[in-house]
Design a protein around this ligand. Structure first.
Ligand code: ADP
Length: 257
């Protein structure tokens, strides 16, 4: 299936405040999508709608071809939140326990890891390059390392898509680079669809293949290789109400949602 996320005529309001107005968009399998737009333009709201945390006021969302109302394959959907968890160094859980906890639902009453699941934990730790930290307490890791562990926790259920809400706030530059390399590997080598709120020029210019611009309750979809981020920034500077990049008006060929 190529379209793994479909949004059709979606509107959402918090009480009487409209945040998203009649938006439609598609995300394909293997896409790396960046959500950009000013604060308050609805990026996190759309992400929460896509992971089922919020319910649409109007319109339709489909994940993996299934209306979200009846969607059950939530283990195919990963989510990494904005906030790096504030575990202090005395927090008792180890990396292995944090990742293993994601499997308890599948394991039912028998909360003892089988050899197979143990091997799976080793595999996901290897994927995120954190094998040496398996028995370390989560609170002893840096913010960037903790986010890698949460990616590993997500990977344990073999997700088709991972949503990330500005996952690197407060993380140092070197760890950010490493994290982006990891996302690129998951996207290119494992074919996992990545949807991320990010203002990082590197993500927008080098990693994403699709850019969704938010503003005025609308979302405009652009192919990343046609997107001029610098003129977009100039366009919105000092005026958050006009979000449509100039070249979109000129070309008129971008998909308008
Ligand atoms: P972004 O992620 O682009 O910064 P959000 O989706 O967080 O934007 O917020 C969109 C708008 O919805 C903002 O005006 C915000 O104040 C408002 N909003 C967000 N969460 C709530 C909430 N729980 N209740 C009421 N309004 C909210």
């Amino acid at each position: 299936m190529s379209q793994i996320i479909k949004v059709k005529n979606l509107s959402f309001n918090y009480e009487d405040k409209y945040v998203l107005k009649n938006i439609s968009l598609d995300i394909n399998k293997g896409d790396f999508v960046a959500f950009i737009g000013p604060n308050g333009s609805g990026k996190s709201t759309l992400l929460k709608l896509l992971i089922g945390d919020l319910k649409a006021t109007k319109g339709r969302i489909e994940l993996l071809g299934e209306p979200i109302k009846s969607f059950k394959e939530w283990d195919k959907v990963g989510y990494i939140s904005q906030k790096v968890r504030d575990f202090n160094s005395s927090f008792p859980a180890t990396v292995k326990e944090i990742i293993g906890a994601a499997l308890y639902q599948q394991m039912g009453l028998f909360k003892v890891l089988s050899k197979k699941l143990e091997t799976k934990i080793d595999r996901v730790l290897e994927l995120v390059d954190m094998s040496d930290y398996k028995y370390q307490k989560i609170g002893e890791l840096s913010g960037g390392q903790q986010q890698r562990i949460f990616i590993a926790r997500t990977l344990i259920t073999d997700p088709e898509m991972i949503f990330l809400d500005e996952p690197l706030v407060g993380v140092d530059a070197k760890s950010q680079d490493d994290f982006y390399q990891l996302l690129s590997k998951l996207n290119k080598e494992l074919g996992i669809t990545i949807v991320m709120i990010s203002h990082d020029i590197y993500v927008i210019s080098d990693q994403a293949n699709k850019i969704l611009c938010f503003g005025d309750g609308k979302v405009f979809s652009h192919a990343a290789d046609e997107f001029d981020y610098i003129s977009y920034l100039n366009q919105i500077k000092g005026d958050n109400s006009t979000l449509i990049p100039k070249h979109q008006h000129q070309r008129g060929d971008s998909e308008c949602c």
